[in-house]
Ligand binder design. Structure first.
Ligand SMILES: [Zn+2]
Length: 113
Protein backbone atom coordinates (compact mmCIF):
# COMPACT_ATOMS: atom_id res chain seq x y z
CA UNK A 1 0.00 0.00 0.00
CA UNK A 2 2.51 2.61 -1.06
CA UNK A 3 -0.33 5.03 -1.80
CA UNK A 4 -0.34 5.84 1.93
CA UNK A 5 3.31 6.95 1.88
CA UNK A 6 2.73 8.93 -1.31
CA UNK A 7 -0.35 10.56 0.18
CA UNK A 8 1.55 11.61 3.28
CA UNK A 9 4.33 13.26 1.30
CA UNK A 10 1.76 14.86 -1.00
CA UNK A 11 -0.05 16.31 2.01
CA UNK A 12 3.23 17.53 3.51
CA UNK A 13 4.16 19.35 0.30
CA UNK A 14 0.63 20.75 -0.07
CA UNK A 15 0.60 22.19 3.45
CA UNK A 16 4.10 23.59 3.10
CA UNK A 17 3.22 25.30 -0.20
CA UNK A 18 -0.04 26.66 1.21
CA UNK A 19 1.78 28.05 4.26
CA UNK A 20 4.42 29.63 2.01
CA UNK A 21 1.65 31.33 0.00
CA UNK A 22 -0.07 32.51 3.18
CA UNK A 23 -3.19 30.47 2.40
CA UNK A 24 -5.37 29.17 5.18
CA UNK A 25 -7.37 26.67 3.18
CA UNK A 26 -6.48 24.44 0.23
CA UNK A 27 -9.49 23.81 -2.02
CA UNK A 28 -7.93 21.69 -4.76
CA UNK A 29 -4.77 19.88 -5.76
CA UNK A 30 -3.80 19.35 -9.38
CA UNK A 31 -1.67 16.28 -9.78
CA UNK A 32 0.01 14.98 -12.91
CA UNK A 33 0.40 11.27 -13.17
CA UNK A 34 1.91 9.07 -15.84
CA UNK A 35 -0.18 6.22 -17.23
CA UNK A 36 2.52 3.87 -15.90
CA UNK A 37 2.71 5.39 -12.42
CA UNK A 38 1.81 2.55 -10.10
CA UNK A 39 -0.86 4.47 -8.20
CA UNK A 40 -4.60 3.89 -7.97
CA UNK A 41 -6.38 7.30 -8.17
CA UNK A 42 -9.41 6.28 -6.10
CA UNK A 43 -7.21 4.96 -3.28
CA UNK A 44 -5.07 8.09 -3.42
CA UNK A 45 -8.19 10.28 -3.11
CA UNK A 46 -9.54 8.25 -0.21
CA UNK A 47 -6.24 8.32 1.68
CA UNK A 48 -5.85 12.00 1.04
CA UNK A 49 -9.32 12.75 2.41
CA UNK A 50 -8.44 10.83 5.58
CA UNK A 51 -4.89 12.21 5.97
CA UNK A 52 -6.02 15.80 5.40
CA UNK A 53 -8.62 15.78 8.17
CA UNK A 54 -7.98 18.59 10.63
CA UNK A 55 -5.45 20.28 8.31
CA UNK A 56 -5.74 23.25 5.95
CA UNK A 57 -6.27 20.78 3.11
CA UNK A 58 -9.32 19.11 4.60
CA UNK A 59 -11.99 18.58 1.94
CA UNK A 60 -9.70 19.62 -0.93
CA UNK A 61 -10.49 18.15 -4.33
CA UNK A 62 -7.79 15.97 -5.84
CA UNK A 63 -7.69 16.44 -9.62
CA UNK A 64 -5.53 13.97 -11.49
CA UNK A 65 -4.24 14.78 -14.97
CA UNK A 66 -2.78 11.93 -17.00
CA UNK A 67 0.53 11.94 -18.82
CA UNK A 68 0.63 9.53 -21.77
CA UNK A 69 3.26 6.86 -22.17
CA UNK A 70 5.88 7.85 -24.72
CA UNK A 71 8.94 5.88 -25.72
CA UNK A 72 12.08 6.12 -27.79
CA UNK A 73 13.22 3.33 -30.09
CA UNK A 74 16.83 2.26 -29.60
CA UNK A 75 16.89 0.77 -33.08
CA UNK A 76 15.71 3.65 -35.29
CA UNK A 77 15.46 6.63 -32.93
CA UNK A 78 11.69 7.09 -33.29
CA UNK A 79 9.95 8.81 -30.38
CA UNK A 80 6.26 8.93 -29.68
CA UNK A 81 3.22 7.73 -27.80
CA UNK A 82 2.83 4.01 -27.30
CA UNK A 83 -0.28 1.99 -26.61
CA UNK A 84 0.14 0.38 -23.19
CA UNK A 85 -1.33 -2.87 -24.44
CA UNK A 86 0.59 -2.98 -27.69
CA UNK A 87 4.11 -1.76 -27.07
CA UNK A 88 6.13 -1.35 -30.24
CA UNK A 89 7.99 1.30 -32.19
CA UNK A 90 5.87 3.56 -34.45
CA UNK A 91 8.75 3.71 -36.93
CA UNK A 92 10.22 0.23 -37.37
CA UNK A 93 7.78 -1.81 -35.24
CA UNK A 94 10.72 -2.92 -33.08
CA UNK A 95 10.44 -3.61 -29.37
CA UNK A 96 13.78 -2.30 -28.07
CA UNK A 97 12.18 0.74 -26.48
CA UNK A 98 13.12 3.13 -23.73
CA UNK A 99 10.46 4.82 -21.59
CA UNK A 100 10.52 8.64 -21.92
CA UNK A 101 7.34 9.63 -20.07
CA UNK A 102 4.64 7.79 -18.20
CA UNK A 103 6.03 7.16 -14.72
CA UNK A 104 5.68 10.72 -13.44
CA UNK A 105 3.83 11.68 -10.34
CA UNK A 106 3.94 15.23 -9.09
CA UNK A 107 1.90 18.08 -7.68
CA UNK A 108 1.40 20.55 -10.54
CA UNK A 109 -0.52 23.29 -8.73
CA UNK A 110 -2.76 24.10 -5.81
CA UNK A 111 -5.92 26.10 -5.41
CA UNK A 112 -6.03 27.81 -2.05
CA UNK A 113 -7.62 30.75 -0.34
ZN1 LIG B 1 12.13 1.86 -34.29
Amino acid sequence: MHEMAITESLLRITLAEAAKAGATRVTALHIKMGAYADIVPTILREYFAIAARGTAAEGARVEIGRIPVTMRCRTCGWQGPVDKLHIRCGGCAGTDLQLLTGREFYLESLEAE
